[in-house]
Design a protein around this ligand. Structure first.
Ligand SMILES: Cc1cc2nc3c(=O)[nH]c(=O)nc-3n(C[C@H](O)[C@H](O)[C@H](O)COP(=O)(O)OP(=O)(O)OC[C@H]3O[C@@H](n4cnc5c(N)ncnc54)[C@H](O)[C@@H]3O)c2cc1C
Length: 568
């Protein structure tokens, strides 16, 4: 039943709502707005990617890839940023460096996916909830401003999202990683079960549990209605899943929005800026450049959701200048682009484990185990602030190690299961700082005449201290689990390589220190909503995208209530 906010669309350039970007956050905005009866225009700068039809490598065997899955030297040389993550089977979903340049004042790997579905096609699907600790720690421990919402505000929206996208996992009762609405988990293998038991017995308060992943292990009717089906454990997810077994905008939210008849999706539409009307004191629409023809057009709507991914959202706001907002839309306090943060993945390690030689596992499970954060929960107890999630798992080498790499003996050795190992790696919180910022370059522009983004973001001593603690703890836990040859290392990943960039347009209680209010509306222009990573007040240690989805659904609900009350 459409809400009273909906209008009957007569003018093809005028809509009830505009959504900028069709990735994880944009897909959710589109679904919720369309379900509530709003005629919604979704503007996406990249090409269309239709579920199943446009996954060209989804069913290829390794020998069908010309370079066996590797990028060629030429591709790597031309794409130093893209090649830190992309492989041959998925390179068509990642932005090529030369096509979308930006300026790294400090090294920053800005990994992007410009297409319908955005990065939801290639994402890793880890979906833990934030706990009340992450929402309160920055203010309690003095390393950030307070969030304007708490866990209790977002919990129902987490449930709303989890039920629709399908998240597998177990309800473990861990305070620092709250339980959600879960489908059955993927099974532990025997070594993971052993590690979980050993770690719990040794520490009492550290839990290696099933990770929470946006995968359909046993689909519910709502997932079947989306045309999705159960995971086959192929672990080829990021090529696009023909079964729709993991959540992406392409398999789930966008087709759902399409079915309402209320969505107009326009690919190849680069949003240049948001139009602000000085007389009406509100945003009235967006200016768009056709990606192929460069023709300029304008679209109008009552409300605008900017969900172009964290740094692109900030870029669009900076580029939206007017007499009222000479430094970017909503940027009265000069904090737009500041307090950019990310997550710290700079250490990992592992060890070999004996005693399970008579056991194996079936299939290629697309999931890992998680050890919930155990640092700085109630009080600050470490020489660093923030916490870290540890991803972990156990696997068996394929084949015995032989000196030959060809021939019958090598083939025979490959057919025998090899050594068991356990690995661990960290996903740490980083501190949002004013100095970690992005801004527009004064002269350099892209092919569409939009100023290039300058990134000036770096690690700090807090990150180094957290890495030190992770290494000590990981080595100890691997030994507790019974591993030998335990090693951890520290990598030199640039910021951004984590692909969890956040901030630049943060939420807060006070318009002097934040850009967005508790409903993700720009304080100074409330009919513009920002619900992607740009809105994040702090980074937490949990994977962030589930929170973007929940914040988006919550903000849409508020927007429609406000429209109905004639407040927007
Ligand atoms: C390999 C990989 C693994 C990951 N693993 C995880 C994980 O396990 N858990 C997790 O929580 N997160 C993970 N992430 C991060 C996750 O993908 C992002 O947090 C998420 O996609 C962000 O959603 P978004 O909608 O803000 O951005 P996106 O999904 O990137 O979508 C933004 C869209 O906006 C479009 N756009 C940009 N600028 C414009 C413009 N000017 N005009 C019109 N359209 C525009 C883009 O083309 C894009 O389609 C991973 C990412 C990658 C690549």
């Amino acid at each position: 039943m459409p809400d009273s906010a909906s209008k009957t669309q007569t003018d093809p350039t005028t809509f009830d709502a505009i959504v900028v970007g069709s990735g994880i956050a944009g897909g959710w905005a589109a679904k919720e707005l369309c379900e509530k009866g709003l005629k919604t225009l979704v503007l996406e700068r990249g090409r269309n990617v239709e579920h199943i039809k446009d996954y060209p490598t989804a069913n290829l065997a390794p020998w069908q890839l010309p370079h066996r899955g590797r990028l060629t030297r030429k591709v790597v040389e031309h794409n130093p940023v893209m090649s830190v993550i992309a492989a041959e089977d998925v390179q068509h979903f990642f932005v090529k460096d030369a096509e979308h340049p930006y300026v790294q004042e400090k090294p920053f790997d800005w990994i992007r996916g410009y297409q319908v579905g955005g990065k939801s096609i290639m994402w890793g699907r880890a979906c833990q909830r934030w706990s009340h600790y992450e929402f309160t720690a920055p203010e309690r421990h003095g390393y950030g401003i307070g969030w304007p919402i708490g866990y209790e505000d977002i919990a129902p929206w987490y449930s709303h999202v989890e039920r629709f996208i399908g998240v597998c996992g177990t309800r473990d009762g861990i305070e620092s990683m709250p339980d959600g609405e879960y489908l059955p988990p993927f099974d532990f293998n025997c070594v993971e079960q052993h590690m979980s038991d050993k770690v719990r017995a040794h520490y009492g308060n550290r839990y290696v549990v099933h990770g929470r992943w946006a995968h359909l292990t046993r689909p519910e009717p709502i997932h079947l209605q989306q045309g999705r089906s159960a995971c086959r454990s192929r672990n080829l997810c990021w090529r696009g899943c023909p079964f729709g077994a993991y959540f992406s905008s392409n398999s789930s939210t966008l087709p759902w929005a399409e079915k309402t008849g209320n969505m107009t999706l326009r690919p190849d539409a680069v949003v240049h800026s948001i139009i602000y009307d000085e007389h009406k004191n509100r945003a009235t629409g967006v200016r768009v450049i056709d990606a192929k023809t460069h023709a300029v057009s304008e679209y109008r709507a009552r409300i605008i959701f900017v969900t172009a991914s964290a740094l692109n959202t900030v870029l669009i706001l900076f580029n939206s200048t007017s007499t009222r907002f000479p430094h970017g839309l909503g940027n009265d306090n000069g904090l737009l682009g500041k307090y950019v943060a990310f997550q710290n993945y700079r250490s990992g390690g592992g060890g070999a484990i004996d005693g399970f030689e008579d056991k194996y596992y079936f299939g290629r499970r697309p999931s890992e185990c998680i050890l919930a954060n155990f640092r700085n929960l109630g009080k600050k107890e470490m020489d660093f602030v923030g916490g870290y999630t540890t991803f972990t798992g156990a696997y068996r080498d394929r084949g015995e190690v032989t000196s030959d790499r060809v021939g019958g003996a090598y083939k025979d050795a490959q057919a025998r299961p090899g050594q068991w190992h356990i690995y661990m790696y960290m996903q740490g919180e980083t501190v949002p700082k004013e100095s970690n910022h992005v801004r527009l370059h004064e002269t350099l522009k892209d092919e569409w005449g939009v100023p290039q983004l300058v990134t000036s973001v770096a690690y700090d001593d807090n990150d180094e201290r957290m890495i030190r603690d992770f290494r000590t703890q990981a080595e100890e836990m691997l030994e507790v689990a019974g591993c030998r040859d335990v090693k951890t290392d520290k990598n030199n990943w640039n910021p951004g390589r984590d692909i969890h960039e956040m901030g630049g347009c943060r939420m807060g209680r006070d318009a002097k220190t934040s850009l967005l209010n508790s409903w993700n509306q720009l304080h100074a222009c409330p009919n513009v909503f920002v619900t992607d990573g740009a809105c994040m007040t702090s980074t937490g240690n949990q994977s962030p995208s589930l929170l973007y989805m929940a914040l988006t659904a919550r903000a849409v609900n508020h927007a429609v209530e406000e429209l109905n009350r004639q407040n927007l």
